[in-house]
Design a protein. Structure first.
Length: 386
């Protein structure tokens, strides 16, 4: 193009009248040429180095890892393939990516143009980029994901307002720049007020599961037997539970891993985890800051194996199904909430109560009283709007 412009300038040099600077004359020729070029050819421009405070550049997203020369070769091919993959995104995602990165529109402008809330534009664009990254096998376990894993344990107690101030600051700083974690928070903040718990002197149990993130928040509230005695003992021990005290331990299977436990006021209950049998683990509290008559244990689990998951149907495109169950081993009001994609449509629940729409996620759920032997099960299927 530079060659073309210089040639044009050379040919037009006889018409050049010395009444302005030579530079502005040349720039006018260049600008006319480029305008013509872009109106003739509808060139798709991918802003590879465009950056702002909302997102890094698309290039940055796709190349956030340090690349070796070999990797760089493969990487360049990937970039040239981006266009093709964008065309395969769901309609809304494709539109947003086009507006955002081809037309350089701001989140706000896209929000107005598409009549979609700003937060949704932000997260939809984010998911589209994540999809592209996954497609191109760009390593997702980058620094950001490490940071997310650190923050996961606080998100439920942040959303329900029991978090301690220093942890609250951590969460708020992270979700400012992480739409994925912000989505979890937004969804939980909408979900929690709709959750139904048992009466105070009854046992209540819930599990909020995010299968795609292999993350589950559970809560159990129970009455502490011999509360006054327990309280006195814990005060004497200054919160440190002696090894021989075993009656406050709880179990979980090898399919998941307890990450953290918090009490009614968001204090972390320090736990010691040990293997009990080949398939079961026990978690024993070793430090309590405080003990309550009606004690909450808010647990955060990482699911090692998808104990609950959403599977894609082999027979029908866009049909997904999943199930989830628990047997608590105690009489309780039990509730399961399973996060499913917000785009999911035509949700059918076999053994459950309904669906709670929480903007960034939908939650299929079941709530009921169960006896010690009973198993509670939630089954659902849905069609994804593509
Ligand atoms: Zn995050």
């Amino acid at each position: 193009m530079l060659q073309e412009i210089m040639l044009k300038a050379y040919k037009a040099y006889d018409d050049y009248i010395e009444n302005g600077t030579f530079k502005s004359w040349l720039l006018r020729i260049a600008s006319n040429y480029l305008n013509n070029y872009y109106s003739r050819n509808s060139v798709e421009c991918l802003s590879l180095d465009y950056e702002d405070e909302e997102f890094n550049s698309l290039y940055g997203y796709l190349s956030s890892e340090e690349l070796s020369p070999e990797e760089k070769l493969i990487h360049d091919e990937l970039i040239s393939n981006v266009m093709l993959q964008i065309s395969k995104l769901p309609k809304k995602q494709r539109q947003m990516i086009t507006y955002r990165y081809f037309y350089d529109m701001s989140i706000e402008e896209i929000s107005t143009k598409m009549n979609i809330p700003k937060g949704t534009v932000k997260s939809t664009t984010y998911y589209a980029i994540e999809t592209l990254r996954k497609h191109f096998n760009v390593d997702l376990k980058g620094e950001k994901d490490m940071e997310c894993k650190e923050i996961y344990k606080y998100l439920f107690i942040y959303a329900n307002g029991t978090i301690q101030p220093d942890h609250k600051k951590l969460v708020e700083e992270h979700i400012k720049t992480c739409p994925k974690c912000n989505d979890i928070v937004v969804a939980l903040q909408k979900l929690i007020p709709t959750m139904v718990f048992a009466l105070e002197d009854e046992m209540t149990y819930f599990c909020v599961s995010f299968p795609e993130l292999q993350l589950a928040y559970t809560g159990i509230r129970y009455e502490v037997e011999n509360f006054e005695q327990c309280k006195k003992a814990i005060e004497e021990w200054k919160g440190h539970i002696p090894d021989e005290e075993n009656n406050m331990s709880s179990g979980f299977t090898k399919n998941c891993q307890l990450i953290a436990r918090f009490d009614n006021e968001g204090n972390e209950i320090k736990m010691k985890i040990y293997q009990e049998t080949e398939t079961h683990y026990r978690a024993k509290p070793i430090f309590y800051k405080k003990i309550f008559k009606y004690m909450w244990n808010y647990d955060v689990y990482e699911n090692k194996v998808a104990s609950s998951d959403i599977r894609k149907s082999k027979e029908a495109p866009n049909l997904y199904y999943g199930s989830y169950n628990n047997n608590l081993g105690a009489n309780a009001k039990s509730a399961l909430y399973q996060a499913i994609p917000k785009e999911a449509e035509n949700i059918r629940i076999k053994r459950g109560n309904g669906v709670i729409d929480c903007d960034t996620y939908k939650f299929a759920y079941v709530v009921r009283y169960v006896t010690e032997e009973e198993n509670i099960r939630l089954e659902f299927s849905f069609l994804l709007d593509k």
